[in-house]
Design a protein around this ligand. Structure first.
Ligand code: IPE
Ligand code: IPE
Ligand code: MG
Length: 251
């Protein structure tokens, strides 16, 4: 049970990297008697607000789980609706993201996405690559197990080519082959909707991340919930296996 914030916002510890499993769009729509797509539309708006709040509170990396590799199993109409909203988001939001100093990066299996979406992603990544206020990482058609398997295959391929020697394989090298290469591990993970599982999200990267599960459905997630999660994070003592607490994963 998460208690209500009792401290001033300026006493909050701010995660350097915040990752969010944005769950509950379907249940939000159902509770209102709307089609599921209405939940996804409102969810896209909540994602826009989460970017705004991340900038406002000084988060430097925000990773949003937008579509998992397993979400392709959903009915084709729902998948098309979600892809349509993503297309809209990329078309309508890129200018605003750019002028707010946001750098876009997309992780996941791009081969599964429509070519026009891939083009929008490439343009968005290219045009924002010098921005430094916030790095927005969108996990799209992303699955952590296949990310790890793909990294392993690429390392083995480089071993075959003689570029990597087996004795050089360590955690640092392995991380450099993941989709998240160069991105620090998340300090805080928020999952909305009351589910308490990772659903194949960043399994390697979340090894020492603080996990906060909120009952709010994603479309309703706004600044009060954002602060609530930061408050919970502020209460945590991170140890990384040691006996001293430390706020940031130095990895
Ligand atoms: C999250 O909401 C959005 C995606 C997975 C794309 P859901 O669509 O999973 O919503 P629920 O879990 O059915 O309520
Ligand atoms: C995880 O939510 C994926 C995203 C939020 C994009 P799901 O709704 O797909 O997860 P499960 O199926 O409940 O585990
Ligand atoms: Mg769900």
């Amino acid at each position: 049970m998460i208690s209500e914030p009792l401290i001033e916002n300026d006493n909050l510890d701010i995660p350097f990297h915040l990752a969010i499993i944005m769950d509950g769009n379907g249940r939000w729509a159902k509770s209102k008697g709307y089609p599921r797509v209405a939940g996804h539309r409102k969810g896209a708006e909540a994602a826009r607000l989460a970017v705004e709040n991340s900038i406002k509170y000084g988060v430097r990396y925000l990773t949003l789980y937008s579509f998992s590799s397993e979400n392709w199993r959903r009915p084709v109409d729902e998948v098309n609706d979600i892809m349509g909203l993503l297309r809209e988001y990329l078309l309508n939001q890129m200018n605003e993201l750019h002028s707010s100093g946001v750098r876009l990066r997309v992780i996941g299996e791009r081969d599964n996405l429509a070519s026009d979406i891939n083009l929008l992603i490439e343009e968005g990544e290219m045009s924002t690559k010098s921005n430094t206020t916030l790095e927005l990482v969108i996990a799209l058609s992303y699955g952590s197990r296949s990310e790890i398997v793909n990294a392993t295959k690429r390392i083995l391929n480089n071993v075959d080519l003689g570029v990597v020697k087996p004795r050089e394989i360590n955690e640092i090298l392995f991380e450099s082959y993941l989709d998240t290469a160069g991105i620090p591990n998340p300090d805080l993970l928020i999952r909305t909707s009351g589910e308490k599982r990772l659903s194949n999200f960043l399994l390697w990267q979340l090894a020492y991340t603080e996990l906060v599960f909120l009952d709010v459905l994603w479309p309703d997630f706004g600044e009060p919930d954002f602060i609530k999660a930061l408050f919970e994070f502020t209460q945590r003592e991170r140890r990384f296996g040691s006996i001293n607490s430390n706020k940031i994963d130095k990895n």
